[in-house]
Design a protein around this ligand. Structure first.
Ligand SMILES: Nc1nc2c(ncn2[C@@H]2O[C@H](COP(=O)(O)OP(=O)(O)OP(=O)(O)O)[C@@H](O)[C@H]2O)c(=O)[nH]1
Ligand SMILES: [Mg+2]
Length: 387
């Protein structure tokens, strides 16, 4: 046997056997790797375009935390910037003096509440504090919380998704990346979950990826998509989408629009044209012009609101990305400066991360329990101040 193995024929035989084993091992390794890839390359490419990280078809019921907990979790950044810093300011004081008022104003302004809103909030707070002859700085917290609640309550509203004659039509506007397409997907999904028929109009014809991204959301939500070629007339697509909605007897038509820079006047012209043609396809429409604002942009969002509101009749605001920012204080500025209700808020990228704007839930999530705030360790409060 040894002699055979050492012979030229034996050596070649051993080499062939080794090569065979290596070949089989390599094939096996490749095969198992491939098994983890999706079998269909198309949807993956589209999903990448959409930037979707999670299964948007997942049931909201699976989410685990309650609505209030999810909201509190989403508002962590803003709470730390605005409320924890305020608590720390109060905690170090024995009385309400001028220095405290100045520091409170600074704190509000640096929390994206904006100078005008901060000034008017504090003016009212002073009047209330004098009236109640407040001595304890921490009592201001409760007064401020009540004022914030009252300001936000005066600017909340429900999205119109139901009209008596034909489909409700929502036109969604906002600058690049504000979250329009994602919000449309979320609105479509929640309406379809209620058994309603939805058409989405791909009015952002500026780039092909925008249409692909919308298609992913439409497919997953189970909505029909009306689209034209990239570069085609956005008003024409929107007209077709609304006409299709009327003729197919759907409940809701949601129209995406391009989000180029708000400083370009042609975008506003285009939006006005879209508004007109929608009304021709379905008299009385659009029933909502929803302005999507990215809360991470702070006071920039206020500037955008000013420009869009002046150009197109905005009927409601969606404030997105409240989960990923400490700049959610901007909602106070928006509520204070515009007579436009905040209808929805975005607290994540998933399909369930859109909430009707409920001022009560929002304020409770933002301010939390006072006792909890009092009990916070100084270190974490200090960290919030350093932030
Ligand atoms: N964390 C978080 N991310 C969000 C939220 N809403 C949208 N996004 C993300 O923001 C990014 C931009 O969202 P899009 O929906 O594409 O924004 P858009 O306004 O359609 O943008 P354009 O089509 O470029 O005009 C995406 O990565 C979204 O996943 C939100 O509420 N929270
Ligand atoms: Mg988009």
């Amino acid at each position: 046997m040894d002699e055979f193995l050492m012979s030229p024929v034996g050596l070649v035989g051993v080499a062939v056997a080794v090569l065979f084993v290596l070949f089989v091992l390599t094939r096996f390794a490749r095969g198992s790797g491939r098994a983890q890839e999706p079998t269909d390359g198309e949807p993956l490419a589209a999903e990448e375009a959409a930037g979707l990280q999670e299964d948007v078809s997942a049931s909201p019921v699976d989410a685990g935390p309650t609505l209030a907990e999810r909201m509190a979790q989403g508002l962590t950044g803003t709470r730390e910037r605005l409320v924890f810093r305020m608590d720390e300011l109060f905690r170090g004081r024995r009385e309400i003096d001028e220095k405290l008022w100045t520091q409170l104003e600074e704190l509000l302004v640096t929390s994206d509440v904006g100078i005008n809103t901060a000034t008017s909030l504090l003016e009212k707070l002073r009047v209330d504090a004098d009236r109640d002859q407040l001595k304890d700085p921490f009592a201001l917290r409760q007064l401020l919380q009540a004022q914030v609640r009252s300001l936000l309550s005066s600017r909340s509203g429900t999205l119109v998704t139901d009209v008596s004659d034909g489909p409700a039509v929502i036109v969604v506007v906002g600058v690049n990346g504000a979250g329009k397409t994602t919000t449309i997907g979320k609105i479509a999904a929640r309406n379809i979950a209620k058994g309603r028929k939805v058409i989405i109009g791909a009015g952002d014809t500026f780039r092909a990826a925008a249409i692909d991204q919308l298609k992913v959301w439409a497919d997953r939500a189970g909505a029909d998509l009306v689209k034209h070629e990239e570069g085609s007339d956005p008003a024409a697509v929107t007209y077709d989408a609304v006409s299709a909605g009327v003729s197919r007897g759907v409940d809701l038509v949601i129209c995406d629009t391009a989000g180029r820079l708000h400083t370009k006047s042609d975008l506003m012209d285009e939006l006005q044209k879209i508004h007109r043609v929608v009304g021709k396809a379905h008299p009385g429409a659009p029933h909502e012009v929803l302005l999507v604002l990215d809360s991470t942009t702070g006071q920039n969002a206020v500037m955008q609101a000013r420009q869009f509101a002046a150009a197109v009749g905005v009927t409601g605001i969606v404030l997105t990305k409240l989960d990923g920012t400490a700049r959610g204080g901007v909602i106070l500025s928006i509520a204070d400066e515009f007579d436009i209700p905040v209808k929805l808020i975005g607290i994540g990228e998933g399909v369930d991360d859109l909430r009707e704007f409920d001022p009560e839930v929002f304020v409770s999530a933002l301010f939390g329990a006072e006792e909890a705030a009092m009990g916070r360790g100084l270190n974490s409060a200090a960290a919030a101040i350093d932030d």
